[in-house]
Design a protein around this ligand. Structure first.
Ligand code: NDP
Length: 461
């Protein structure tokens, strides 16, 4: 008989925490999970899922325009923001209920409270003040938007959290940042008819992506009517009647209904009692873990965004499954963070896996780069000028495809499949002997027979 109240106590009901709690409970462990806000975490409640619903909503105006080329006359259209929010909230509530049902179905105890560590085996439930003990504790508290507190007027700005619950759709918005969230929301708001300005401090948006995708997306966004100001930063935000004044470093003062800060996310570790439990954090506040997601306290694990390894939902879920193997299946398993396919739900979309041309150029002596840019078939009759871009980066010596990058419709869907091929170590010859699926855009990936150019010692030749 265990001397602890629980075999496992999970703090945080997001993707990683819920998965670990549910699977551990289904293995017969006595499990409790505590969540201070809503089950589902960032991804389900105010991240990936509602964002994708907003992306769909924002694409309709282009669908209506495109329809004419195919013979359709679309009557007058209008958009109702409140209706979208209500529909989205309904879907999120449905998903949250599914998460909870999965937990209770596995016999995990669901606690709706903040939980803080008292020591390495004791957790305090903030709602009741009660303390409980657990043999193993898992911290999966995720992250939160960086409030950018050094910016004068930051309290007047919103983060992605509030973007999901705006009372009214603003007439204009200024978005600060050049990462996933900034770029995705710039396209969403523009698509919904909001005058949109993106301000990014660097030379080009999406700093960690292949340069062709960054440039191609930038051009496509500008062509749609999104204003992008690179090499610039917000200096001050202040009230200006019903609007906000936004002082920038290089572009004077802008006026906007809403200012959205999308300047990265921070680990949720404040006030968690980590020190008392012997759990170390790094300079950013992220929990330090070993290769098995074990913290500096032997019985406490941490996974997902709170560890600031790779901030992606599927990664947190994978880390949770590795934790289960390590802790409950006598099979120590390290999460595999290599070659992770990802998508940016911009418009056009980005789907990517493996190395950028720049990074591959540093790692391999010679590269073959296969690159195709074309107008997709659908755009012929619709008359839309948007181009699709596909790019394969191949290590010339081994012939292995080490990077695959797509800009255009369904790029995220294609990245998922390309992820399998790169993970399996497929060579360019494997791609070449794969029959095309015709007529698709993706067939381009297996019909680029000659390299567009080579890169030797990092230099294009
Ligand atoms: P990102 O890390 O993607 O981007 C942060 C942006 O803020 C970068 O452009 C960065 O610039 C800029 N920035 C950071 N600090 C400052 C500063 N002090 N002043 C000015 N600019 C600054 O973070 P996001 O917030 O967009 O997203 C957080 C994470 O969530 C992502 O990393 C991603 O892992 C995940 N996510 C994934 C999505 C998906 O899978 N589709 C969607 C949304 C989020 P610089 O590049 O120069 O450093």
């Amino acid at each position: 008989m265990s001397s602890y109240d629980y075999d496992l106590f999970v703090i945080g009901g997001g993707s990683g925490g819920v998965r670990a709690a549910r699977v551990a409970a289904s293995l017969g462990k006595k499990v409790a999970i505590a969540e201070e806000y809503r089950y589902g975490g960032t991804c389900v409640i105010r991240g990936c899922v509602p964002k994708k619903l907003f992306v769909y909503a924002s694409q309709y105006h282009e669908h209506f325009e495109d329809a004419a080329g195919y013979g359709w006359s679309v009557g007058e259209t209008s958009f109702d923001w409140k209706k979208l929010i209500a529909a989205k909230d309904g879907e999120i509530a449905r998903l949250e209920a599914i998460y909870k049902k999965g937990l209770s179905g596995a016999n995990a105890e669901i606690l709706e409270t903040r939980a803080e560590l008292v020591d390495a085996h004791t957790v305090r439930l903030v709602k009741t003040g009660e303390t409980v003990t657990a043999r193993t504790i898992l911290i999966a508290t995720g992250g939160r938007p960086n409030p950018h507190a050094s910016l004068p007027g930051h309290e007047l700005c919103i983060s992605s959290n509030e973007a999901f619950h705006l009372e009214e759709l603003p007439k204009s918005i200024v978005i600060a940042g050049g990462g996933y969230i900034a770029v995705e929301f710039a396209n969403i708001f523009h698509g919904l008819g909001v005058e949109t300005t993106l301000i990014y401090r660097g030379a080009e948006i999406l700093s960690r992506f292949d340069h062709d995708l960054r440039r191609g997306l930038h051009e496509a966004m500008v062509a749609k009517g999104i204003r992008i100001l690179c090499h610039d930063m917000l200096q001050k935000v202040s009230k200006n009647g019903d609007d906000l004044s936004v002082e920038t470093l290089n572009n004077g003062t802008l006026r906007a209904g809403v200012v959205l800060l999308a300047l990265g996310r921070m680990p949720n570790t404040e006030g968690l009692g980590l020190q008392a439990a012997g759990v170390k954090t790094d300079e950013r506040g992220a929990i330090v873990v070993d290769e098995y997601s074990r913290t500096t306290a032997a019985n406490i694990f941490a996974l997902g965004d709170v560890t600031d390894r790779v901030q992606l939902t599927p990664v947190a879920i994978h880390e949770a499954m590795c934790f289960i193997q390590t802790e409950y299946k006598n099979n120590p398993t390290k999460p595999d963070h290599d070659t992770i396919a990802t998508a940016v739900f911009s418009q056009p979309e980005i789907g990517t896996v493996g190395l950028t041309e720049e990074d591959a150029g540093k790692r391999y002596a010679e590269l073959e780069v296969y690159r195709a840019q074309f107008r997709p078939l659908k755009a012929t009759l619709s008359g839309r000028s948007e181009k699709m871009l596909m790019k394969l980066i191949v290590d010339a010596a081994s012939r292995k495809v080490v990077g695959a990058h797509i800009l255009g419709h369904d790029a995220g869907e294609m990245a998922q499949i390309l992820g399998v091929t790169l993970k399996a170590g497929c060579t360019k010859d494997d791609f070449d002997r794969t029959m095309a699926v015709h007529p698709t855009a993706a067939e381009e990936l297996v019909t680029m027979y000659a390299p567009s150019y080579r890169v030797r010692d990092g230099v294009r030749i």
